[in-house]
Write a protein of this length. Sequence first.
Length: 70
Amino acid sequence: METITQTMSDSHSRCDKLFAQAENSVAKKQWEQTDFANFKAAMEQHFASEEEVLFPTFEERTGHTMGPTQ
C-alpha cells in the first residue's frame, strides 16, 4: 500500500510532467499538440485530493486549522 507521501509525490510529478509537455508544445508553437485539458484535469484532481482528503484529515488529527491548510 502506498503512503500518502508517495501518492501525493506521484501526483505532483504527473502534473509537472503534463505541464512541461504543454509548455514545450506552446514554445514550439505546436498548438494542436498542446494537451492543456489533460494537465487541467490532473491539477483539478490533485487539488481535490488535497482539499477533500489530505487537509481535513491533517486538521482533524493535529487540531491545527490555521496556517497552510486554511
